[in-house]
Ligand binder design. Structure first.
Ligand SMILES: *Cc1c(COP(=O)(O)O)cnc(C)c1O
Length: 243
């Protein structure tokens, strides 16, 4: 495929540093797991590839990276399209981690494996209706505004019970857990979210795949892992800064 060209020297040098950064992050995750007395395979590394080209994604796929997160729908759809024809990229698991407007739900339902940013029932309803029958259920995480910030998306903790009760009946969705982006200032957000996650597990034994707690990014992945994260979403530490 012409779009994935690793033949020229310049892109080979870029590839080497990309692979090294990715390996470093993998080590970092493994160390954090060891420190927390957890198994490394309890934590999934989600590579957040927003603003980065499909070539970089393909490079990491060849190294064994499987999960990728995207925030901007048009950009994501283009990359998914480019990589789809590429045999080794067939097994990429795509996570939508951007904000969801109503008019975007069909594309998300048709092209992604996970949505981590669900916060309203109307969006869940649309995703459920629009998820194609031939695909597996769409995995969803509810985004929680754990620090009650005006600027942040996500539902408030108090709104969770109602949202869970609504979403669990949707047959084309699979409710997997919670996702947060904590405010920097608030250091116990990870522990509070872990508690919420465990409380819901006890209150809702019917949620058979309630197994994912998505928290931790480039700067705070160790703390998140120490507090029970099962998925860290890492962009900058793998791909470099975004312009
Ligand atoms: C961009 C983004 C990330 C990755 O952030 P880094 O600090 O670059 O690791 C993680 N989660 C969400 C929701 C994002 O939008």
């Amino acid at each position: 495929m012409a779009a994935i060209d690793t033949q020229n020297d310049e892109s080979n040098i870029d590839n080497i540093s990309l692979i090294e950064s990715w390996q470093q992050v993998g080590k970092h995750v493994a160390q954090a797991c060891a420190q927390a007395k957890r198994q490394t395979d309890e934590v999934t590394l989600l590579a957040v590839s927003k603003t980065k080209p499909a070539e970089m994604i393909a490079t990491l796929v060849r190294q064994g990276q499987r999960d990728f997160g995207e925030n901007y729908l048009q950009e994501a759809l283009e990359k998914i399209q480019v990589l789809r024809g590429h045999p080794e990229c067939e097994h990429i698991v795509w996570h939508y981690i951007g904000s969801i407007q109503r008019n975007k739900t069909r594309d998300i339902a048709e092209h992604f494996d996970w949505v981590q940013t669900l916060e309203r029932e109307i969006i869940a309803k649309r995703l459920n209706e629009q998820r194609p029958a031939e695909l597996q259920r769409l995995n969803v995480l509810i985004q929680v505004n754990i620090d009650n910030e005006d600027s942040k998306s996500g539902c408030l903790p108090a709104e969770l019970p109602e949202l869970i009760t609504a979403i669990k009946h949707y047959e084309r969705l699979q409710l997997r857990g919670l996702m947060i982006i904590p405010s920097k200032a608030n250091t116990d957000a990870f522990a509070r979210t872990k508690q919420l996650f465990e409380d819901i597990k006890i209150e809702h034994p019917e949620l058979q795949k309630w197994d994912t707690l998505s928290m931790g990014m480039s700067d705070d992945m160790s703390a998140a892992i120490a507090n029970g994260s099962t998925m860290v979403r890492v962009g900058t530490a793998i791909f470099g800064s975004r312009v």
